[in-house]
Write a protein that binds this ligand. Structure first.
Ligand code: NAP
Length: 307
């Protein structure tokens, strides 16, 4: 049996692993795909404290993973299919096995939101992408569009402008949501054309993206843009499906915790982007992870356990 099982190996999960491992707890991190979470798909991170020289997302997350391993947190790559949280000993079922722990830290993060267009899934990987950092290089010398007005969309547009002669940034309002420093960089970038008050109505092309049909919400003007790539960056949805009906979540699917990251079940904590909170960043996920590991450590030491 483990002291703590952490479900998810992004910034929140890895930091919880660092703290739990360093605290001498027998710690297991279960990750379904690759460690680092969304941050590992980020081109540059320039707001994580301590890295005055910009660090790439993958590099930062590899450092976090190495640090968790240094403190003996065990990392395995399996898909968690179910959890049992009602008994004192918590169970985590994966595609491979069942693991038990005294405390659980839920760090499943969030995934990109889909736009819901009819050919969006069909053409995913054939021009439709949710990760400019992962796929951008395939679009060298091609005209592309990014949808969204948040930090991710603007960062994606800036990143793509390094490869692409033209990047349309399509936003449904007349103001970007992204932080000012990113906005300014986009405004000054000659390759980026921002198309305001506009939504994507249709993806054009059968086997690959050949264009998009967009509509101006103020004028109702509809026009087609010839693009070969459509990067969708319209926010995220929390990966909370496995806890639905077991742990309290809000109307948007985010897990509700108190300040100590405790959910409505004793011994079960939630951290990072899967948690209801105001600011979803690497630094806040890391802070959540530290707090949850500390709280879990106290919970374990204050209770009696049969070994
Ligand atoms: P976000 O901040 O939720 O922004 C989503 C954007 O997509 C908004 O501009 C929104 O428009 C638009 N949108 C949502 N649904 C849409 C739809 N159906 N059709 C068209 N547009 C739609 O998401 P995000 O940019 O992915 O960022 C997520 C979190 O990660 C944020 O907290 C962000 O600060 C953080 N983040 C931080 C950094 C960084 O610090 N470097 C980098 C990336 C992400 P409206 O503006 O009209 O709502």
């Amino acid at each position: 049996m483990y002291d703590i099982i952490i479900v998810g190996g992004g910034a929140g999960g890895l930091t919880a692993g660092i703290y739990a491992g360093r605290g001498g707890l027998k710690t297991l991190i279960i990750e379904k795909a690759f460690t680092g979470g969304q941050a590992a798909t980020t081109y540059e991170v320039d707001n994580y404290p301590g890295f005055n020289e910009t660090i790439s997302g993958p590099d930062l997350m590899m450092k976090m993973e190495a640090q968790a391993k240094k403190f003996n947190a065990e990392i395995i790559y399996e898909d968690v299919t179910d959890i049992e949280v009602d008994e004192k000993i918590k169970k985590v079922k994966t595609n491979n096995s069942v693991y038990e722990a005294k405390a659980l830290i839920l760090a499943m993060g969030a995934n990109p939101r889909e736009l819901g267009l009819s050919k969006e899934r069909q053409l995913r990987g054939a021009g439709v992408s949710y990760c400019a950092t992962c796929d951008g290089a395939f679009y060298r010398d091609k005209i592309v569009a990014v949808v969204g007005g948040g930090d991710t969309a603007v960062e994606d547009a800036l990143f793509l402008s390094k490869f692409c002669p033209k990047v349309y940034l399509i936003h449904r309002r007349d103001q970007l949501r992204a932080v000012k420093v990113l906005q300014e960089a986009a405004f000054q970038n000659e390759k980026i054309e921002i198309i305001w008050d506009t939504t994507v109505e249709e993806i054009l092309g059968e086997d690959k993206v050949e264009g998009i049909r967009v509509k101006n919400k103020k004028t109702n003007e509809v026009k087609d843009l010839a693009v070969e790539g459509l990067f969708i960056a319209v926010g995220v949805v929390p990966n909370s499906d496995i806890v639905k009906g077991k742990i309290e979540i809000n109307n948007n699917g985010y897990i509700i915790t108190d300040e100590g990251m405790l959910t409505n079940k004793f011994g079960v904590y939630a951290v990072g982007d899967v948690r209801e909170k105001t600011l979803r960043q690497i630094v806040t996920a890391a802070a959540d992870g530290a707090i949850a590991a500390y709280a879990a450590e106290r919970y374990i030491s204050e209770n009696k356990w049969e070994e």
